[in-house]
Design a binder for this molecule. Structure first.
Ligand SMILES: N[C@@H](CCC(=O)N[C@@H](CS)C(=O)NCC(=O)O)C(=O)O
Length: 194
């Protein structure tokens, strides 16, 4: 399998973290999102949406969307709860991550760190949304060590990817101590360094 990704992207690293945790073999193909490489005609044969991450299986089939890729890689593993309700709770967090977390925290980080957008030009609704997302996570983690089922699941991997960089998006995790403690635990469990 080949993973096409930019290693500065949380969406791409989610896929890497999952593959590494499950000890799946892969070639990592670095794609620089800032050069327009994923908009090139050749790349769009892999993903017509022109985005990373994408995986290419040994038989040539491809799959895009970080959470879909994680679900594919982790199918049948301990990263996906076996019980129907817990599995659905994991999906609940995955959908929330893509609708409420990534579009605020990841986008603000991209604007600040990559586009160098000045703070006074950032969308205040995104700042409020990011703060609300961290508060919601903190409330959950005050009572739970993990997002679902008392153990590591894809919900933790999806959410840790950008939460660990919340400071780069302008959010101080000192205000969300249970999130900060969870990030440290998940990084440790996944062996994430740097
Ligand atoms: N919902 C998608 C988002 C993918 C995405 O936003 N990819 C970004 C990198 S994080 C990208 O490829 N940007 C380059 C571009 O859009 O040209 C996922 O979860 O995979």
């Amino acid at each position: 399998m080949r993973i096409y990704g930019d290693s500065r992207s949380g969406n791409c690293l989610k896929v890497k973290f999952t593959a590494d945790h499950l000890r799946l073999g892969y070639d990592w193909q670095e794609i620089d999102i800032m050069t327009g490489a994923c908009r090139a005609e050749e790349f769009q044969k892999l993903n017509p949406a022109g985005q990373v991450p994408v995986i290419e299986l040994d038989d040539g089939r491809t799959l895009a969307q970080s959470n879909a890729i994680m679900l594919y890689l982790a199918d049948g593993s301990r990263l996906i709860p076996r019980r129907r309700y817990e599995r659905a709770k994991m999906w609940e967090w995955l959908f929330w991550e893509q609708y409420s977390h990534e579009p605020t925290i990841a986008v603000l980080r991209f604007q600040k760190q990559f586009l160098k957008t000045p703070d006074d030009e950032l969308d205040p609704k995104k700042v409020d949304g990011g703060r609300a997302a961290l508060k919601l996570m903190d409330d959950h983690l005050a009572k739970n060590d993990y997002f679902v089922g008392g153990r590591l699941s894809l919900a933790d991997i999806a959410l840790v990817a950008y939460t660990r960089w919340a400071d780069e998006a302008g959010f101080d995790l000192a205000g969300a101590p249970d999130v900060a403690a969870w990030v440290a635990r998940i990084e440790d469990e996944l062996g994430i360094t740097g």
